[in-house]
Design a protein around this ligand. Structure first.
Ligand code: COA
Ligand code: MG
Length: 289
């Protein structure tokens, strides 16, 4: 699966921000028709995204289009305008039921068949950001077209009547539930937005905590957040060297018939080996090690 350390949004009607995104070395570019685009600019957002998909070279960056939620009355036109230009993926916000996911997936499949593209070549990513969505994670995460789940903290807090704080303790249950569902289905988990975009160090700290929780990437909204966030999701040289030592010493000890052993005063056994393998997998996905 491709690396999605940072997923950068911009309003879909903003050509300048879309072209700017191409210069940032960001893993993933998400052109937004939903909340980033004003209600009066939905048609411009669709057309601008279609033009970007048609005309621009995104290089190695993934090109995603976020549609409006199911039931807004905008979702069918959003898909109809952007699908003919083959985005790498469609992001569905406010995902709550498996029927909604199936509906979008069927529209995508119809476009794939009509254009002679391989089925499943356009991926789907869900934003889960409501109480109902979190309760239904088990069913939502099971759809085969999915690559990743995104956690939307602002909408979620609003849906349960919580007040957002810098520590984000009020959303911890949902934030962890999403990582668990993603891991159970082999999906990536993309963490909440740090809305204070003028302080990139805050985005880095939030990203490091998200990575500790098991997230593989994070949503970002401003160019200044891209580098610190991608860095936070890339294992550093020290972590990679240690992970390699764990793998080597584990194999050595297994060969000797020892399951658990002492490495520098820390007990190593199978779960620690798996964590070390995760580190090396993330390093490889980020083009390191
Ligand atoms: N993607 C690409 N480029 C962006 C960008 C983004 N999300 N946000 C800002 N930029 C660009 C600006 O166009 C500007 O470019 P320039 O230097 O070439 O003129 C540069 O980065 C600096 O921008 P800055 O002036 O600091 O910010 P701003 O006041 O223009 O924009 C926001 C602030 C929050 C409105 C803007 O960052 C934004 O639109 N973010 C995404 C919002 C969104 O999509 N929300 C929905 C999903 S949560
Ligand atoms: Mg949202």
């Amino acid at each position: 699966m491709r690396s999605r350390r940072a997923l950068l949004y911009m309003p879909g009607d903003d050509w300048k921000k879309i072209t700017k995104a191409l210069t940032l070395g960001v893993d993933c570019i998400c052109m937004d028709m939903e909340d980033g685009a004003a209600a009066s600019r939905k048609a411009e957002a669709r057309e601008t995204i279609a033009r970007a998909l048609r005309e621009l070279d995104f290089g190695t960056a993934e090109k995603l289009a976020r549609i409006n939620g199911i039931g807004t009355g905008l979702e069918a036109d959003d898909l109809a305008v952007v699908l003919p230009f083959h985005p790498d993926g469609v992001v569905l916000p406010k995902a709550e039921t498996p029927e909604q996911v199936a509906w979008v997936s069927e529209k995508i499949e119809a476009a794939e068949l009509k254009n002679g593209w391989p089925v499943n070549s356009i991926r789907m990513i869900l934003v889960v950001e409501s109480a109902r969505g979190i309760l239904n994670l088990k069913e939502l995460a099971a759809h085969p077209r999915l690559d990743a789940l995104i956690f939307g903290a602002e909408d979620y807090a609003a849906s349960i009547g919580a007040t957002r704080t810098a520590e984000s303790l009020e959303v911890l249950y949902a934030r962890s539930a999403l990582v668990t569902a993603a891991a159970a289905h082999g999906l990536q988990a993309i963490d909440l937005v740090t809305v204070d975009f003028r302080d990139p160090q805050l985005a880095r700290r939030d990203a490091l905590f998200g990575a500790q929780l098991g997230y593989t990437g994070k949503q970002v909204i401003h160019p200044a957040q891209v580098e610190p966030v991608q860095d936070a999701f890339t294992p550093n040289n020290e972590a990679i060297a240690y992970a390699k030592r764990v793998v080597q010493t584990f194999e050595m000890n297994q060969a000797r018939g020892t399951g658990a052993y002492d490495l520098d005063g820390k007990m190593i056994d199978l779960p620690l080996l798996k964590s070390a393998q995760n580190v090396l997998e993330r390093a490889r996905a980020a083009g390191k090690a």
